[in-house]
Design a protein around this ligand. Structure first.
Ligand SMILES: Cc1cc2nc3c(=O)[nH]c(=O)nc-3n(C[C@H](O)[C@H](O)[C@H](O)COP(=O)(O)OP(=O)(O)OC[C@H]3O[C@@H](n4cnc5c(N)ncnc54)[C@H](O)[C@@H]3O)c2cc1C
Length: 450
């Protein structure tokens, strides 16, 4: 049984079924929604349509390449539904979810049950119910694991209609001209220093949505634990409050961008990335926010080029649930309390779409191995997928925080022998990548589903 038809659960079910084992995939949508998902399809991307870098010498790009080699369903669907996004792999979110849903629905060994699972069953099971796990299941997991879960808030960026952006002011460009399209993959709204300062003032003065629902859940005892923001997905208004220049060095940084009209680098920019294949919707990159919707409209319309912006979706806040993985999980994704209980996806504290897919893939392979009487495998530590699984199962229990794929998790390299003190960053990244792909090879053969 797999609980949750999101990124990790869909991948896990596919891996199990491809090894000839029947699997029931429980998904509570559309009967019960999470508050962030909007549709009924499996593997819905809830926020950004970007799966991160696709370059093999970047951590996220390496992770994707490893997953391609391990036969990931979701990465293959992402590859065929990609939209232009510079060196990143971004997808048409509906086409992507449709691709996954159709493949899963048609698989002869998978039965999709549209029903909320209230308890963790005694049979072999993968819990992949995500950061918005339903409260009943959250409570059962907590009882079962006998450990405090942690909670914090996360936030979504707004999406606006492309034809409402004033292209006499905004300009197309990719940072450092790295991109798939000649004209540049991103739309950039430039701000001079005075415009930037006035925008920050407006943002700080704007009204935020009170966190009533979450607070009630916490007070009711369903969601015991600390509520705090995850640093990687912090709302812009919180970031702005940390210092007047925080946004100009963060999501509004202008580096690598020249305004073609002035030939100069703007003081700050808001970047917008294509969100659908029809090329009608654009999301504001890194612009998660919890302002009231009317306030989002008012404040963002003060940005040059967005004076008449129409919103397809407003930014919002959401709950994020994860277990204390270093205390309760093994690097095979098996729980320490029961070897036939696996966890996968964001609930393990692996952050980011592709990292979630990676843990789903490993949990699926291992659940199939367990049921076939084979050994469960761990991924090599010097692969990006293995480094992530190692991190979430070995991090410091008292300070554990979700983690995205990054080269800082990799075992260090031997120093250069030619008299130089250290490798350049580019050399290091290439070496991490080559080492990982080589190291993955025996595991790939061991875990092959053919
Ligand atoms: C609002 C939001 C925005 C995010 N934005 C990004 C982003 O831009 N980029 C990024 O890389 N990561 C983002 N993340 C983090 C994370 O990568 C995604 O949430 C990702 O979808 C997690 O994958 P998952 O498979 O673990 O969970 P999900 O994809 O959320 O799938 C879990 C599924 O389980 C179902 N479910 C829950 N409880 C039950 C139950 N009791 N019974 C049956 N089904 C159940 C849910 O309906 C859902 O379909 C975001 C997370 C959230 C919540």
């Amino acid at each position: 049984m797999v609980i949750g038809g999101g990124l990790a659960g869909s991948e896990a079910a596919w891996q199990i079924a491809n090894r000839g084992i029947g699997v029931t995939l429980y998904e509570m949508r559309p009967g019960k929604q999470t508050g962030a998902h909007t549709g009924s399809m499996l593997s819905e991307l809830v926020c950004s349509n970007s799966l991160g870098s696709n370059l093999p010498d970047r951590a996220s790009g390496l992770l994707k390449e490893e997953l391609r080699r391990l036969g990931s369903l979701l990465i293959s669907c992402a590859d065929v539904t990609a939209v232009p996004a510079g060196g990143a792999l971004a997808v048409d979110r509906d086409a992507f979810a449709k691709c996954v849903t159709e493949k899963i629905d048609r698989h002869p060994h998978i039965r999709v049950q549209r029903q909320e699972q209230l308890h963790v069953p005694a049979e072999t099971c993968i819990v992949a119910s995500g950061p918005l796990t339903s409260p009943a299941l959250s409570a059962d997991i907590r009882t079962l694991l006998g450990t405090e879960q942690l909670f914090f808030y996360d936030a979504l960026s707004p999406i606006i209609y492309k034809d409402s952006i004033d292209m006499d002011i905004a300009f197309r460009a990719s940072r450092y001209q790295r991109g798939d399209t000649e004209s540049g993959d991103y739309i950039n709204c430039p701000l001079n220093e005075a415009e930037y300062n006035s925008f920050v003032t407006n943002l700080l003065d704007a009204e935020k949505i009170p966190l009533r629902d979450f607070e009630q859940e916490i007070q009711s005892g369903v969601l015991a634990g600390a509520h705090r923001f995850f640093e990687g997905c912090i709302p812009v208004e919180i970031l702005a409050a940390r210092g007047r220049d925080a946004l100009a060095y963060g999501p509004m940084r202008p580096v690598g961008l020249l305004d073609p009209r002035s030939g100069n680098r703007p003081h700050a920019v808001i970047q917008l990335r294509q969100d659908n294949i029809a090329d009608t919707l654009y999301n504001l990159v890194g612009f998660q926010t919890n302002l009231k919707w009317g306030e989002q409209r008012r404040v963002l319309r003060t940005v040059p080029g967005m004076e008449r912006a129409r919103f397809a979706r407003y930014g919002m806040m959401h709950r994020n649930t994860f277990i204390n993985s270093p205390a309760v999980l093994l690097p095979t994704m098996q729980s320490r309390v029961r070897n036939n209980l696996f966890f996968a996806g964001q609930i393990t504290g692996v952050e980011g779409y592709v990292g979630n897919v990676a843990t789903g893939l490993l949990a699926g392979i291992n659940a199939a191995h367990l049921m076939s009487g084979d050994h469960c495998v761990t991924l090599p530590r010097d692969t990006m997928s293995g480094a992530l699984c190692h991190y979430v199962t070995h991090a410091d229990i008292s300070t554990f925080q979700p983690m995205k794929a990054n080269f800082g998790l990799m075992p260090t390299l031997e120093p250069p022998t030619n008299g130089r003190k250290k490798w350049t960053k580019r050399e290091r990244y290439n070496m991490y990548s080559n080492r990982a792909l080589k190291s993955l090879e025996p595991t790939r053969k061991l875990t092959s589903d053919t």
